[in-house]
Ligand binder design. Structure first.
Ligand SMILES: Cc1ncc(COP(=O)(O)O)c(C=O)c1O
Length: 353
């Protein structure tokens, strides 16, 4: 018998399984591939890569661009294989047996898995029925349990709502432990807290190229914090953990990020259009969203998910055990024709079946 690490057998796995659908709106990805002008430059850049060399210059180039954009020092930026790697390392760096990590629920399902991987105790804090966070009670909870790390996803996945910058600042100012703000969807909201990093040495902001920049397959994310914090978190990473293909791709995409503005605007406009149409269907509750997805609640959610699957449309359904998400479906915003087809299918199911 192989003797695995204690607890590995009981480690929960990520509950999303990727498969291809004709309309794939289950994973909050961009349903559009790169804009053609960006793709062309990426391919030209990839043709110039020194495959035989460890990455170095490519890492620095992307870090410098990001630092310049946020007017911070390059020492304040760390890159990761998606924001997933960064979040996992932050949990690792502030984790350990007996340490507590507090985060709202429902939220990104990986937080409890990262807590477990870091051998910390996950302390979920319940959002209210509208998925709002009682900020004062959250702060009180962090203090009461003597947390080592607090994590907030803003805007929140899968609920779509967001804390205001003032609420984020209140949390940062009121707690002494590390505060990781996961801004995976912030480009669809527009109100980042990166500017607070200069003021709060406990604030770490994680961002990703996977959502707004459509690079989910490339796996690049970044973190912004004070230099002393990045110096410590950096110790948790392996040498050369970022591959040169991803770095070069993200470098070009970031240089050309203006090219993504029209599609961001399209997604935001489509989110509102789809929300308004869905709200008109009797029995469908649409939660307000600041992201690239909508969360809806309806009595026959699982049946609807199965019906959509039969049409080769993938949406995200949550297990009945997922806190607060009973009868909920999460639908990412696609192109206009995709959203029209998803809407028509939902309407047909609820009104004619
Ligand atoms: C809230 C949140 N954080 C982080 C991630 C991880 O994204 P990535 O590792 O692709 O940057 C996701 C992915 O869905 C997410 O929803």
């Amino acid at each position: 018998m192989l003797n695995y690490r204690n607890g590995l057998e009981l480690m929960p796995s990520y509950d999303g399984v990727e498969r291809s659908y004709r309309i794939k709106v289950n994973a909050n990805e961009s349903t559009l591939n790169l804009p053609p002008t960006v793709e062309e430059r990426v391919l030209n850049r990839l043709a110039m890569i020194a495959f035989n060399r460890y990455p170095g210059e490519e890492y620095r180039s992307l870090v410098e661009q990001i630092a310049k954009n946020f007017a911070v020092d390059a020492s304040q930026i760390l890159l990761g294989g998606g924001s997933s790697e960064i979040i996992e390392k932050v949990f690792h760096a502030f984790g350990g047996a007996g340490r507590k990590v507090v985060f709202p629920q429902p939220s990104f399902s990986m937080y409890k898995i990262y807590a477990k991987a870091a051998e910390s105790d996950a302390v979920p804090f319940n959002l209210d029925a509208q998925f709002d966070l009682d900020v004062d009670a959250f702060i009180a909870k962090i203090r009461e349990v003597g947390a080592n790390l607090a994590v907030v996803c803003n805007p929140n996945n899968p609920t779509g709502n967001a804390l205001t910058p003032a609420q984020v600042e209140k949390i940062a100012a009121s707690i002494e432990c590390a505060f990781l703000l996961d801004e995976a969807y912030v480009e669809f909201y527009g109100q980042s807290a990166v500017n607070l990093v200069a003021k709060y040495p406990n604030l770490l902001v994680a961002r990703t190229f996977s959502k707004a920049y459509g690079l989910a397959g490339v796996r690049v994310g970044y973190m912004i914090a004070q230099a002393e914090v990045t110096r410590m978190i950096d110790k948790a990473f392996m040498p050369y953990h970022m591959n040169v293909l991803s770095l070069a791709t993200a470098d070009i995409v970031y240089q050309m990020r203006e090219e993504f503005v029209p599609r961001l605007q399209m997604i935001i406009a489509e989110r509102e259009r789809l929300a308004q149409r869905l709200e008109k269907i009797s029995g469908v509750k649409v939660f307000p969203s600041n992201t690239n997805f909508l969360l809806i609640r309806l009595a026959r959610a699982e049946e609807l998910k199965n019906y959509l699957e039969s049409l080769n449309i993938g949406v995200r359904y949550f297990a009945p055990t997922a806190f607060g998400l009973k009868n909920c479906l999460r639908i990412s915003i696609g192109t206009i024709p995709e959203n029209d087809e998803v809407f028509a299918a939902i309407k047909h199911f609820l009104e004619a079946m």
